[in-house]
Design a protein around this ligand. Structure first.
Ligand code: PLP
Length: 363
């Protein structure tokens, strides 16, 4: 399928807004254009890049009532050769299709998703933020817009991609650990449900837990499984911990945990990092004992936005808390962060073909 370009005129573009001095927020800014494609009559049609603009959908659109919507989150980086590279974008496109299947939505071929994303980045490449630690956040998403009340899968879908030039997730450097509330009251996902998908509804369902965490002075919750036995996720990140022998432990992927591309990458990079990385079911009671005894020395969350969010303190629902290690960011978390971001920014050689250059075709 060809991608039609319906671009703003050069003098209508807002490309000159970004200067190296701007303190860019994460995820707030948009670029001039977006990619859109409609699924109607059983196939994808009208793939185009158009000016960033509002959608017009009927008030009865399925997405507004039954949350038939999915999304992805990926990043592109500027390398020392002044070229833009997407990072593991094929994994995001594959997961988009896993989410689509989970919500009875049509798949979009992986290669076409990559073509759409790369063409959009190319068209808006002048928006790339030239700043230390900045990146271009990529948000593909899909929703059903059939005007139809009644719970059933739609027959009309829109797949779209928007971009957000973003500053570093840690504007003041990678220095402040987060606090997680261990909650037995809220659960993110149920077995047999949509927890393994990036379904919009999962995130709506997580808002109350996030607000609850704030009442305890915590940044987010640590989710357990529905029996309150095993660790599941750290808010919208996979959880990890590191034992005193240097082993990184990530909860085994189940249908209630999102298969994080960051976690999968760190598992694959274990050899480069000289680390032993394992996945297993982790009992919360044993985890707490091991934090108290000092057997667990570091912990945190893995995810695209922050890469790593080290946890300094776990708070309980009775208000008590425990620190991990000395409550500060540990050396192994720091090493993973530096290696991972070094790879993303082209400072460390990518021998796995994870970074894909955005070819210059339209600018
Ligand atoms: C629930 C949840 N878990 C984990 C992650 C981390 O996944 P990734 O590393 O692919 O960004 C995310 C973020 O996308 C998430 O929303």
């Amino acid at each position: 399928m060809e991608i039609k370009l319906n671009l703003k005129k050069p003098d209508e573009r807002i490309k000159s807004q970004l200067t190296p001095k701007d303190k860019l927020p994460f995820g707030k800014l948009r670029t001039d254009h977006m990619f859109v494609c409609d699924y109607t009559d059983g196939s994808w049609n009208n793939a185009s890049i158009i000016p960033y603009s509002d959608f017009s959908i009927p008030p009865g659109a399925i997405v507004l009532h039954y949350a038939q919507a999915i999304f992805e989150g990926a990043k592109a980086f500027m390398h020392p050769d002044n070229e833009i590279y997407t990072f593991r974008i094929d994994k995001n496109a594959e997961r988009m299709n896993i989410s689509a299947d989970c919500l009875c939505m049509p798949e979009m071929p992986v290669d076409f998703q990559i073509k759409a994303i790369h063409t959009l980045i190319d068209v808006d490449r002048l928006w790339f933020p030239i700043q230390e630690g900045a990146s271009l956040y990529i948000r593909p998403f899909m929703f059903s817009f059939d005007d139809s009340l009644g719970v059933h899968p739609g027959s009309k879908y829109k797949y779209a991609v928007i971009l957000s030039p973003s500053g570093p997730y840690y504007p003041d450097g990678f220095s402040k650990p987060i606090k997680l509330l261990i909650t037995k009251k809220f659960h993110r996902a149920t077995p047999g449900g949509t927890g393994y998908a990036k379904a919009a509804g999962n995130y709506a369902a997580s808002l109350k837990a996030g607000e609850f965490a704030k009442k305890f002075g915590a940044n987010q919750v640590l989710y357990l499984d529905t029996t309150n036995t095993y660790i599941e996720e750290a808010g919208a990140m996979n959880h990890y911990h590191i034992t005193s022998d240097g082993t990184v432990v990530i909860p085994e992927f189940t249908d209630t945990i999102l298969k994080s591309i960051t976690s999968q990458s760190i598992i694959e990079l274990a050899g480069d990092l000289g680390l032993n990385v394992v996945q297993k079911r982790i009992k919360i009671d044993e985890f707490i004992e091991d934090v108290k005894s000092g057997k667990i020395v570091e912990a945190g969350g893995f995810g695209t936005a922050a890469v790593i969010s080290p946890v300094g303190t776990y708070v309980f629902e009775d208000g008590s808390s425990i620190d991990v290690g000395n409550g500060q960011i540990g050396p192994i978390s720091k090493k993973i962060y530096e290696y991972y971001t070094g790879l993303q920014y082209g400072k460390i050689k990518d021998s796995r073909g994870w970074l894909k250059k955005v070819e210059k075709m339209h600018v």
